[in-house]
Design a protein around this ligand. Structure first.
Ligand code: NAD
Length: 457
């Protein structure tokens, strides 16, 4: 008899466990979610130490950008689960007027979650929370690129949650490909678009639905009539957090030539404020994940002019927070997602040209517009398309649990989070802690949210 591979065994065990029906009762799902919650409160140190080794993230950074958000998501799922799982009566017609007609959410079955390395806990556990809450079994494949974190995940998850229903399979490309040869009821992948296509092709063989959380270039437009100092401070935060290795990091700036020098000065000021004169010795400044990515990013610098930063150290995978001036659209840095701490500035004659430029590229995962003028924000919203649009801030939309997260076109297939809420236009104003620029978040519904449960009428 042929021996089953480790990956086949994990999937078979998860399916058997799912077929026992134990993942379905709400009490069991809540119990598993509470155990997951406990993992984050009890094992914070192991989690932080591993991420420090992988990405040089500080303990505070790990809490802020990885575990606190997950704990919030778990609490939300526990609180809302009963509502999400409840039957939803629908409108009846004359023929069915005396019948009971409703939508009953139910789990899909066994789902595969393939994580990426940049926020290794956030991007892997976030979909797991959804999978558990919806009553599925889930095979979890952490990114092999974060060596230490993958090991900690493999050790800790089976201690806290049902190891048959939610097995962790570690390994690299061959192991992932072996997993992809198995049959799943949903595949949730986070990573780059090229591999996204590989995942979709593998899923197509079994007509397995997919959620693909991919990347791309997320532009920033700075209108000359805004508080440039605040705009640059927020862009610098969004860009250099995790050393630029954030899927929704502002990728490049578009602005009029008349404000370029001011923008450079203000970003420089913020870099100094956040990471001191010498970011290399600052505990809050990260590192590039590995030498392959270090070389890829450094190669992008070749045909551009450095205005700030540029210094680097290959042996330490260090690249300073860097600003590039007068960048041409043909420059290397503009040909792919940067995913590193380089911030190119490109000149445009104004809003019209900025919109044209953005629309020439792939639809961005996030689009950032900085302006004090609502008309500018409205035009950017109405005349472009992107997964999310933020006015006067960066990244923060990811932290809003009630919003679905994802992109459109090349940047994503499907959305996640937001429980069973229907897609609806989201547009809000927030009062700012540092005043002046009211911030707005707008996510555009292009498709219904991908849920790890389906609905039967
Ligand atoms: P990665 O190298 O960790 O790869 C992701 C996963 O794909 C890993 O688990 C890996 O084992 C698997 N994989 C890699 N090559 C494969 C292959 N040939 N066949 C099958 N599986 C394979 O991560 P990455 O791709 O470098 O991640 C960075 C990208 O992810 C960026 O583009 C970023 O924007 C994007 N990202 C998107 C989101 C989002 O939510 N939209 C979040 C984080 C990162």
């Amino acid at each position: 008899m042929l021996r089953m591979s480790r990956e086949q065994q994990a999937v078979a065990r998860a399916r058997n466990a799912f077929e026992t029906g134990r993942s379905k009762p709400l009490e069991y799902r809540i119990h598993q979610l509470k155990n997951l919650q406990r993992l984050f409160t009890e094992r914070q140190k192991e989690i932080s130490d591993a991420i420090k080794k992988d990405l040089n993230k500080s303990e505070v950074g790990t809490q802020l950008y990885e575990t606190l958000g997950l704990e919030g998501e778990i609490s939300l799922a526990i609180r809302k689960l009963k509502d999400w799982a409840a039957p939803r009566p629908v409108e009846k017609n004359l023929l069915t007027i005396s019948d009971t007609v409703y939508i009953q959410p139910e789990p899909l079955g066994v789902v595969l979650i393939i994580g990426a390395w940049n926020y290794p806990w956030a991007v892997t556990i976030q979909p797991l929370i959804g999978a558990i809450a919806a009553g599925n079994a889930a095979v979890i494949k952490p990114s092999e690129v974060c060596v230490h974190t993958a090991k900690v995940m493999e050790t800790l998850l089976p201690i806290y949650i049902d190891k048959e229903l939610y097995p962790v399979v570690t390994g690299g490309v061959p192991e992932t490909q072996e997993l992809l040869r198995q049959r799943f009821d949903h595949i949730f992948y986070t990573g780059n678009s090229m591999v996204g296509k590989v995942i979709m092709e593998a899923a197509a063989k079994n007509l397995t639905p997919v959620t693909l959380e991919l990347g791309g270039k997320s532009p920033c437009y700075i209108d000359k009539n805004c508080d440039i100092s605040i705009a640059c401070r927020r862009i610098a935060w969004g860009k250099y957090t995790n050393c630029g290795q954030t899927c929704i990091a502002p990728d490049y700036i578009l602005c009029e030539p008349s404000i370029q020098d001011r923008v450079i000065e203000e970003v420089k000021k913020s870099i100094k404020e956040f990471y001191t004169e010498n970011p290399k010795t600052c505990a809050d400044y990260g590192r590039i994940i590995n030498q392959r990515h270090f070389k890829r990013i450094m190669n992008m610098l070749e045909d551009s002019t450095v205005a700030v930063g540029g210094d680097n150290d290959e042996s330490d995978c260090y690249i300073a927070p860097t600003v590039l001036r007068d960048v041409k659209p043909e420059a290397k840095v503009m040909q792919e997602e940067i995913f590193g701490p380089l911030l190119p500035i490109l000149s445009v004659s104004g809003l019209d040209e900025a919109i044209k430029f953005i629309n020439k590229g792939e639809k961005p995962l996030a689009l950032y517009v900085f302006s004090s003028d609502d008309k500018v924000i409205k035009r950017m919203r109405d005349e472009t398309s992107s997964g999310g649009l933020l006015a006067n801030d960066c990244l923060v939309h990811y932290s809003v649990s009630s919003l679905p997260f994802g992109g459109v076109g090349e940047s994503t297939q499907g959305k996640y989070r937001n429980g069973n809420t229907n897609w609806s236009l989201f547009f809000t104003h927030w009062k700012q802690r540092d005043g002046l620029l009211p911030r707005q978040v707008q996510l555009r519904p292009a498709e219904p949210p991908a849920q790890l449960s389906h609905q039967t009428a």
